[in-house]
Design a protein around this ligand. Sequence first.
Ligand SMILES: [Zn+2]
Length: 276
Amino acid sequence: MKEQLNEIIKHVYNKKSRNLFTFLTGAGISAESGIPTYRGVDGIWIKGTKFHKPEEFGTLKYFKENPEEVWQYSLFRKKMFEDAQPNESHREILEIENLMQDKFHLITQNIDNLHKRAGTKRIYEIHGNNREIKCSNGCKGIEKLSVEIKGKDIDEDLTEKDIELLKCKECNSWMRPNILWFDERYDEKTNKRFSALKIAKNSGVLFIVGTSGATNLPITIAETTLKYGGTIVDINTEDNLFTELIKHNKNKIIIRETSTQMLKTIREIMQNIIQE
Ligand SMILES: [Zn+2]
């Protein structure tokens, strides 16, 4: 497997076009930082006596009916993200970026900011991020979440000041987090849909790390890379929807190891190739 990786990385590194090394990461990469995977049992939000699955309350429809509750959840997550630290995998990816420079791109499904906090710059957050807000009524513009709004404990309510700061200045509707909810479609403004697909097209290798492909843009990204002759490297602890997509394709490497160990191996291979 290492030999195969070496061969493909070397081949792509020396190509004149379609020579990008792109990483697509998901919740699995942040698990070691103590952030529960969204779809796992830990992702369930308990409010009063009610248990909610993310698929239920992570929707625009639910937000419109229960904005304060969704904001409480969002600010609870904000605190969890801020208390977490980037881990070895985030740092290995930064090392790879430093080696590959403009040949490197990172597409992440995570909204937790840990890649950026590790130092990665060439990043596309396709599920948006928790640090920005926009009007739920469709007024234009994306703003930073006010620094006056702090992360919260799970049972903490919004303050009057929070509520005031979370209302649109144009139309007084609720502002909402600039993230993709389950009943929404990917676009360029929030999700960098077009940019991500352009990168996928020009990727010689797409490394998929810690994501099972449960949403449609990540799968389309992988399909696009394959369509234009790129290779997919599936680094996950178990088979997933990407594995389904690539299992009959020759341009693939399937790796069942922890992300930290594999990223380290990939970084060493790249270092050797650059030094040759
Ligand atoms: Zn508005």
